[in-house]
Ligand binder design. Structure first.
Ligand code: NAD
Length: 475
């Protein structure tokens, strides 16, 4: 798509009020390192204008009947679906995800989530009776949405669609690495015929536009997805202003393979889960837990499975793994790989050198570590790259202890020969989502974290509830 040298405010593309000192954001293709577009870096003044536009539109949109809001969201879903291939190509160009993954996940998933909120807006009970009371669910107001680059359109839709369904208006500040799909999203909103100001887009840097939005007195709720460090800061700002906040943060999820499980399937699916999107998935099962008796077999299976992930050009339909998003991300990931080696983990695949034949582009070798122990850095910290750590456990109690032994709790998996055995084990895990024997992602199921993985839930009716506040009338 053609990049806009403008922000989307009050239903129009407008030039940013860019001071002479501020540079535009250069968007680079991670596979070629080339600049593919430039977008405006919004200032605090621009954010102010966007928040004013959202506030001006709030009462009209909040009073729009939910079925009409749902109809607009259905039109948005249709506008996105009509541009599915362009969405996929855009995400491949700015994120580096393989084209087939961009089609089925980066495009189809957010289209499905937008569709789910068209239905939820129409069917949700915004009013109920409780004894002698009528209880109303009302929109919380102006939402500031701050999103990351790893699932760039999904994370936008997972915030904007429920906010609009609730009757809120929105200012979106997308990640600086992936603003192009955000601009495409704004075009789809425009095509769907929402009233001016209901949705506004400010591209910009986190330290300028993000900070201005997170701390703006005209924003009623900040919904943030990204690093725990920034989330903590946004939570503190919101707390001081007595405002609700929704935070989707990092993860270090455990993939617990119980002794009765189909080992080869569990390892194969586990490796695929970590390698998808070059490991840049907050809910990735980056710690594989295997019992001592089958540990070496699991390590061999994992090494064989990861060998099938040969880094290559993400625009090529046959490529299964592309680069990571940026030079900084590659530094971070290879730094963790070097740290794993330093701390004594056994490198069974990959390493911190660039993959063969990938001199250009921010590629990282798909990496598997064995003999990882729970206190190691690579078992505790979110790496956000194609790196799997395999840990050994003695018995079910030990497995549960290791699985719960990080500050995070976003996702996870349990495998067992008997589903009930897996379900009983799942109860012991301190985490927001658990996939039983490879159960697939459900875009209607609540998604969100325990512990430092976040506050609140996204998707489905639970995701809608984040954008509502409750009023009760007694009779
Ligand atoms: P980040 O938290 O810095 O960026 C996420 C979003 O927040 C971006 O839109 C950014 O511009 C904005 N932001 C940055 N600083 C801000 C501030 N002070 N105030 C308001 N907004 C601000 O994440 P990153 O630097 O892109 O990635 C760093 C690490 O975070 C990754 O390596 C990964 O571990 C983690 N991460 C997690 C997720 C997730 O989905 N949980 C997503 C992306 C990154």
């Amino acid at each position: 798509m053609q990049a806009h040298d403008a922000l989307y405010l009050s239903g129009m593309w407008r030039a940013a009020r860019r001071p002479a000192t501020a540079d535009a954001i250069e968007v680079r293709n991670p596979a070629t390192e080339e600049v593919i577009a430039r977008v405006p870096a919004a200032t605090a003044e621009d954010v102010d204008a966007a928040v004013s536009a959202a506030r001006a539109a709030l009462s009209g949109w909040a009073e729009t009947p939910p079925a009409e809001r749902g109809a607009r969201i259905a039109a948005l879903r249709d506008a996105l679906a009509a541009r599915r291939d362009e969405i996929a190509a855009t995400v491949t160009a700015e994120l580096g995800a393989p084209l087939s993954f961009s089609q089925t996940v980066h495009a189809d998933l957010p289209i499905a989530v937008a569709g789910s909120y068209a239905t939820i807006a129409t069917e949700y009970a915004f009013e109920e009776r409780v004894g002698n009371s009528r209880v109303w669910q009302e929109p919380i107001g102006v939402v500031g949405a701050i999103t990351p680059w790893n699932y760039p359109l999904h994370q936008i839709v997972a915030k904007v669609a429920p906010a609009l369904a609730a009757g809120c208006t929105v200012v979106l500040k997308p990640a600086e690495n992936t603003p192009l799909v955000a601009q495409l999203f704004a075009e789809a909103v425009d095509a769907a015929g929402f009233p001016a100001g209901v949705f506004n887009l400010v591209t910009g840097y986190g330290s300028v536009a993000g900070e201005a939005l997170a701390g703006h007195s005209g924003v009623d709720l900040v919904s943030f997805t990204g690093s725990t460090a920034v989330g903590r800061r946004i939570g503190a700002t919101a707390g001081a202003a007595v405002k609700p906040v929704a935070l989707e943060l990092g993860g270090k999820s455990a993939n617990v393979i119980l002794p009765s499980a189909d080992l080869s399937k569990a390892v194969k699916v586990g490796v695929a889960n970590v390698m998808a999107n070059s490991g840049q998935t907050c809910s990735a099962w980056t710690r594989m837990l295997v019992d001592a008796d089958r540990y070496e077999e699991a390590v061999e299976l994992a090494a064989a499975a990861v060998a099938k992930y040969v880094p290559g050009d993400p625009a090529d339909a046959a490529t299964r793994i592309g680069p990571v998003v940026s030079a900084a991300q590659r530094e971070r990931v290879t730094g963790y790989i070097a740290e794993g080696v330093r701390e004594g983990a056994r490198l069974v695949a990959g390493g911190d050198q660039a993959p063969e034949g990938c001199e250009r582009g921010w590629y990282v070798r798909p990496t598997v570590f064995a003999d990882v122990t729970p206190e190691m850095t690579i078992a505790q910290e979110e790496i956000f790259g194609p790196v799997l750590s395999i840990l050994k456990y003695d018995d079910a109690d030990d497995a549960a202890r290791i699985a719960n032994d990080t500050v995070y709790g976003l996702s996870g998996a349990v495998w067992a020969g008997d589903e009930e055995e897996a379900v009983a084990f799942a109860r012991r895990l301190e985490t927001g989502q658990i996939h039983v024997n490879g159960g697939r992602f459900n875009p209607l199921a609540p998604f969100g974290g325990y512990k430092h993985s976040g506050v609140g839930r996204e998707l489905g009716t639970h995701g809608l509830a984040e954008y509502l506040q409750t009023k009760s009338l007694q009779f």
